[in-house]
Design a protein around this ligand. Structure first.
Ligand SMILES: N[C@@H](CCC(=O)N[C@@H](CS)C(=O)NCC(=O)O)C(=O)O
Length: 216
């Protein structure tokens, strides 16, 4: 089994897919590809039907799209408990994960990640000023606070125990850190969202990703 990912320094969807696969504890190899040039993009199409990463190769099958990889991992490795056990928590976790997968477009567009805006390292920049970005950040803070308040007794992750939702929000935490976004200006009055963000940034798998990104 092999996971094709983009550059660790800035491929946010690759980070999500890799975090989920790590949690399965399954044996898998990682192939890291670049997609900066037209030639590299064309070469990526040999491995990925969409020309996007991550892509999971399982024997003769190819699974593309991070959400599909996460659902496949959940079904294939039930012991990893990648979604919450409680049906209501699971429905919320799927909702917020789908919201992240399809939404937060202002945050993604205006605070993009790339060679100059890396996931790892000490580089920081100021956030752009934009009403659409403010709306995304208010929604992010409200979502994080609502779920953390409801599920805080089960552990430090969004739904108590670690879930796919945490994988999907880890690159967001790196983005908020890189763009020096002050969550208290977006409704995080008691620091719940900031604390959750630190939990994501301190998770050992993310620290491993960061170290590998900086070494690459
Ligand atoms: N919806 C896709 C999005 C994947 C995606 O946009 N990946 C980016 C890297 S973070 C990519 O492959 N970019 C290649 C390119 O722009 O050529 C998913 O969930 O996997």
């Amino acid at each position: 089994m092999q996971l094709t990912i983009g550059p660790r320094l800035y491929s946010t969807w690759s980070l999500r897919g890799w975090l989920v696969m790590k949690r399965t504890r399954a044996d898998f190899t990682v192939r890291s590809v670049e997609y900066a040039s037209a030639e590299q993009k064309a070469a990526l199409r040999d491995h990925s039907p969409t020309g996007l990463v991550p892509v999971l190769h399982v024997v003769d099958d190819t699974i593309w799209d991070t959400l599909a990889i996460a659902e496949w991992a959940h079904e294939t490795y039930p012991q990893a408990q990648l979604w919450p056990a409680d049906p209501v928590a699971r429905a919320y976790a799927r909702s917020v994960t789908a919201e992240m997968h399809a939404g937060f477009s202002a945050l993604r567009d205006l605070c993009g990640m790339g060679p100059d805006h890396p996931i790892a390292g000490d580089a920081r920049c100021d956030p752009p000023s934009d009403p659409a970005l403010d709306r995304d950040l208010s929604r992010l803070v409200s979502l994080w606070c609502q779920m953390r308040q409801r599920y805080s007794t089960g552990g430090p992750w969004l739904f108590g125990a670690w879930s796919i939702a945490d994988a999907f929000f880890t690159p967001v935490a790196a983005r908020v850190r890189h763009y020096r976004i002050d969550l208290s200006l977006h409704g995080d009055t008691d620091g719940i969202a900031a604390a959750y963000m630190q939990t994501l940034l301190n998770q050992p798998d993310f620290l491993q990703w960061e170290a590998e990104a900086l070494a690459s």
